[in-house]
Design a protein around this ligand. Structure first.
Ligand code: ZN
Ligand code: ZN
Ligand code: ZN
Length: 356
């Protein structure tokens, strides 16, 4: 099958500043590959502070699952926190610049006692347990007296993602502000809710919808083009769906969302975590089949604890964004804020669905 060439700017309906130039003809050009990255596949490493037997080498532990020597998951403070709860200077203003104190908490989730295991290799029950740990830490951090404004959960894997420690882990940062992209996602989805009287995320995941639109062709004049939304579903199960975003910033970007509307990840049940885990494992395995070693970031966008009035609950829909890192942003992308994606999302989703 010949890949359809696409050269168009796709506006992200929820975050307009994250729009993308899809230029699949560029895909024919040689791609700058990252220096090859060989994953550390060892199961245990003597000098690794995250490996079992070295528990005394990590800072304060906030959770251990199960609570025994044979733990499977541990949560500890980050030894080099980007935000911490020691008070330095209160916020201040410096001319036009405003400074907010870097108060917060930075934790590491040691995802598994096996040093080099990757998500696609873990069994779904273990991934489900990691997701339950995420939920419990998010609850605790929002409940703490510190009054954190936002709790961001994310994972970096591989040097191209900014990951520096080989032992499988993810991170949680409780911060004093709501990140601007989350604010925009929420304010924009609220606007779209008032326009459509429906959650935009629910609309986007409704696989049975198909849109028909009229586009202008320079030679043939107006032509009808039908876009089946179902085409963008990478995989799904009873409670979750994995979608290839129409305006994907990264060639292999995939989002996972609950199929039942929910704004707050803290409300996810243990059974739903299991369904989420099954889908996450399958999605990571598909990426592995297609790309071999996959360096990626993923992050969880859930509504901030303080923004739970009725309209947020109706308009915002929590989700996980998985962004495999196969390219480095260039000057055009930094200067314009417009990401270039050289693989059309239609082609990417076709390959992802086939990689079973
Ligand atoms: Zn280790
Ligand atoms: Zn929804
Ligand atoms: Zn998001």
């Amino acid at each position: 099958m010949v890949e359809e060439r696409v050269r168009e700017i796709r506006l992200n309906p929820i975050i307009p500043i994250e729009s993308v130039l899809i230029a699949s003809a560029r895909g024919a050009r040689p791609v700058t590959k990252h220096e090859s990255f060989e994953p550390d596949r060892r199961t245990r490493v003597d000098g690794c502070p995250f490996c079992s037997g070295n528990e005394d080498q990590t800072p304060e532990e906030s959770l251990r699952e199960p609570d025994s020597k044979e733990w499977q998951i541990r949560v500890v403070r980050n030894l080099y926190p980007v935000l911490d709860d020691d008070h330095n200077l209160p916020g201040y203003e410096l001319g036009m610049h405003r400074v907010i104190e870097g108060y917060g908490r930075h934790e590491v989730v040691i995802d598994h006692r096996n040093h080099g295991i990757q998500i696609y290799q873990m069994d779904a029950a273990h991934i489900g347990a990691i997701l339950v740990v995420y939920r419990e830490r998010m609850k605790k951090l929002y409940q703490s007296a510190a009054g954190h404004s936002y709790v961001l959960i994310f994972k970096n894997y591989g040097p191209a993602s900014g990951g520096s420690i080989a032992h499988t882990h993810s991170q949680i940062i409780a911060m004093p502000i709501i990140p601007a992209n989350v604010e925009i996602e929420i304010s924009s989805s609220r606007k779209l809710y008032s326009q459509y009287e429906r959650c935009i995320f629910c609309m986007l995941i409704d696989e049975n919808l198909s849109y028909e639109t009229t586009v202008y062709d320079p030679t043939d004049g107006p032509v009808h083009r039908s876009i089946e939304v179902g085409r963008y579903i990478v995989d799904k199960n009873e409670s979750f769906v994995a979608i290839k975003p129409f305006a994907s910033r990264f060639p292999w970007e995939i989002h996972i969302l609950p199929r039942i509307h929910s704004h707050d990840f803290r409300k996810v049940t243990d059974a739903e975590c299991m369904d989420f885990a099954i889908l996450l494992q399958r999605v990571m395995a598909r990426l592995q089949v297609l790309l071999g070693v996959v360096q990626y970031n993923f992050f969880l966008h859930s509504a901030p604890a303080k923004m739970t009035e009725a309209d947020h609950q109706a308009c915002f829909h929590w989700h996980l964004e998985i962004c495999p890192r196969t390219t480095i942003p260039n000057g055009f992308e930094l200067g314009s804020g417009l990401a270039i994606n050289t693989l059309s999302p239609e082609e990417a989703v076709r390959r992802l669905r086939e990689a079973d």
